[in-house]
Design a protein around this ligand. Structure first.
Ligand SMILES: Cc1cc2nc3c(=O)[nH]c(=O)nc-3n(C[C@H](O)[C@H](O)[C@H](O)COP(=O)(O)O)c2cc1C
Length: 181
């Protein structure tokens, strides 16, 4: 993977992919599928994830004030669904899936080596709303594979996973180009 200019971090998730959020506090860590995520600001580069207070990842983010967004493509949808059936509270999820972890560069959190892009974040705001928290993170380091061309994903090659609801998932197709000014 190659380093991405932080000002283009928002483009990694602009199209609404299902992501896996990883977090770690002391020796405890987890990898949690999160459909509800979005870019927030270009500069500073801010992103947000909406996470149930019941999920283990929520407590890890609150304690460590760090999290990592992993963007994986369609070959990994079954592995991601498995991550969503388990809780890191009960042990190491990666024993149950064909996914491997690596150390992030800027934060003490693991990322998934199978990711097509990764965003390492420092928590800047926690908005508590009933049963969920919206965690807003500032991107400290972003990387992506060759399908990300400087400032944009290649829409022909990219096969990110998009959660429509229930157990229904889709990927993307490119529409005709539109001229912008
Ligand atoms: C496709 C999919 C999308 C999900 N999206 C979210 C989400 O946006 N927010 C959330 O809190 N949980 C979401 N979940 C549920 C968590 O991934 C799930 O409860 C997970 O087991 C929690 O793991 P943890 O306890 O280790 O954090 C989603 C699950 C799946 C399968």
């Amino acid at each position: 993977m190659k380093k991405i200019d932080l000002k283009f971090t928002n483009r990694l998730i602009n199209h609404g992919p299902l992501v896996v959020v990883s977090a770690r506090y002391k020796a405890r860590e987890t990898f949690t599928p999160i459909a509800w995520n979005m870019p927030v600001e270009h500069d500073p580069p801010l992103v947000a994830v909406c996470i149930s207070k019941e999920n283990f990842v929520n407590s890890l983010i609150k304690r460590s004030k760090k999290f990592c967004i992993n963007i994986l493509e369609s070959p990994y949808v079954r592995e991601i669904l498995k991550l969503g059936e388990l809780s890191g509270r009960d042990g190491d999820k990666l024993k149950h899936v064909r996914l491997t972890k690596r150390k992030c560069l800027k934060i003490d959190v693991p990322y998934l080596a199978e990711s097509s892009a990764v965003i390492e974040c420092r928590l800047v705001r926690d908005v508590s709303l009933g049963d969920v928290d919206i965690f807003i993170g500032r991107a400290l380091y972003s990387q992506a594979n060759e399908k990300f061309k400087t400032d944009l994903w290649d829409p022909i090659q990219l096969k990110t996973i998009h959660h429509l609801g229930k157990n229904v998932f889709a990927t993307i197709i490119k529409l005709e180009s539109f001229d912008t000014h």
